[in-house]
Ligand binder design. Structure first.
Ligand code: PMP
Length: 414
């Protein structure tokens, strides 16, 4: 690793620990380092590169925009770049799905969107409590951290345990329907659960170990929220933008959240976050929730660029075929190592292979890195290999990446 990274930044704090290389260029699903080695990317910037590195639409639009001196930053004044993004989002995403939402741009990163949604729910309901779920991950700033389940991220000194109750996510108690617990606690005023302002959930928990909520569970939670006038917030920061096969991860359940948080891939590789708000629930007053970087124009340009993928009617089928390839390969691995009791979870193009041990997963990740594949883990003990290639990855490259992963697993199991 570079001595400046060790001396001035840190070689243990971030991903330098996992991927000890100095990356330099990247196209599509391949990155190169300064030593000329190339790597297939199944890590995908933790879900922020669904459309690949230097996506062709985003790159062309950005080059053009910079060439003609498009406004780069102007706080949240109206710009042509913003209008073009809104037009693309409305025409390609909201209208075809029959969705009616207003957009609030919230800042550069996912946690900004979560904070805004929680504040809005609290303001509207005049209640402060929020229900989140076991293994949830919603960010690391103090408000969103309070919703994040994993105790590793908490400290009693952060004051981050305010007004939040974590209840069991779907599947957390095996086959038991955990929505019944929420139902009972809401109905029984001696349950100790204050009536919440909001329930926040990921339909597939990305950092929590690729835990997939069933459509029926999501519908039951949505209907409890409606019944009790609780805002339902879907955090689609990691699994929105086509990751589960549709643009929004909640589409197939047929629910309509009150607020939807989007970030990561929405910016086409640049920092951007937003909250979708049901129109009748948008009662922010001027200046009530602000921030300097609410919607950067370069991000709008890249974001409108990558939305072009959704003009292609076969884009969802492409995601499905890639997901199927990953699923089949992983199922083969599970069959081969039946005694190890690996578990396979996922949907669309986000798959988790639970290898039951953080030590084993880190050895596999290291072995894959040495062979030219970037992959990371998730779950409460980092025991789940997270397979999350770009939605646009070419099938032969996907196959090659899966072969490297298999080899890395075989080596560790030998
Ligand atoms: N919500 C979810 C579901 C996430 O996966 C993440 C990031 N991993 C966040 C929120 C926080 O986003 P950011 O790191 O950009 O603040």
């Amino acid at each position: 690793m570079h001595d400046l990274i060790e001396r001035i930044e840190s070689n243990v704090r971030g991903y330098a620990r996992l991927f000890p290389a100095i990356f330099d260029t990247a196209v599509g699903s391949t990155l190169s380092d300064t030593k000329g080695r190339s790597y297939i990317d199944f890590f995908c910037g933790a879900g922020s590169l669904n459309y690949g590195h230097n996506n062709r639409y985003a790159k062309a639009a950005l080059i053009d925009y910079i060439h003609r001196d498009g406004v780069q930053h102007s706080l949240d004044t109206v710009t042509a770049a913003k209008v073009a993004f809104l037009e693309a989002f409305d025409q390609l995403i909201l209208r075809p799905r029959g969705l009616d939402y207003r957009i609030q741009f919230t800042g550069p990163t996912g946690t900004n969107a979560v904070e805004a949604a929680i504040k809005l729910a609290r303001k509207q309901t005049k209640r402060s409590h929020v229900v989140a779920f076991t293994n949830a991950y919603h960010g690391h700033s103090l408000g969103s951290l309070s919703l994040t389940g994993n105790q590793y991220f908490h400290s009693e000194f952060y004051g981050s345990h305010n007004n939040v109750t974590h209840l069991p996510f779907d599947g957390y108690l095996g086959p038991q329907d955990t929505s019944l617990q929420l139902k009972k606690m809401l109905e029984d005023r001696s349950s100790g659960l204050p009536m919440p302002a909001a329930v926040i959930l990921e339909t597939v928990q990305g950092e929590g170990g690729i835990n997939v909520a069933s459509d029926s569970w999501l519908r039951r939670i949505a209907s409890l929220c409606e019944q009790h006038d609780i805002r339902l917030i879907v955090d689609d920061i990691q699994v929105g933008n086509g990751r589960t096969g549709r643009f929004f991860s909640f589409e197939q359940a047929g629910i309509r959240p009150d607020f939807v948080c989007l970030s990561k891939s929405i910016g086409g590789g640049l920092p951007m976050s937003l909250v979708l708000i049901r129109p009748e629930l948008d009662n922010w007053q001027p200046g009530e929730h602000t921030g300097t970087f609410r919607g950067n124009n370069l991000a709008f340009v890249a974001a409108a660029g990558v939305l072009k993928h959704w003009e292609d009617v076969s884009f969802e089928n492409q995601i499905a075929s890639r997901g199927e390839l990953v699923f089949q390969r992983l199922r083969g691995i599970c069959d081969r190592y039946r005694d190890a009791d690996f578990r396979l979870r996922g949907r669309g193009l986000i798959w988790g292979l639970d290898v039951r041990s953080g030590d084993l997963s880190s050895k596999i990740i290291r072995g894959a890195f040495d062979k030219g594949l970037l992959i990371e883990s998730s779950g409460n003990q980092d025991q789940v290999l997270k397979i999350m290639p770009a939605l646009t990855i070419e099938l032969p490259l996907l196959d090659e990446g899966m072969a490297i992963l298999e080899k890395a697993i075989d080596d560790c199991m030998a």
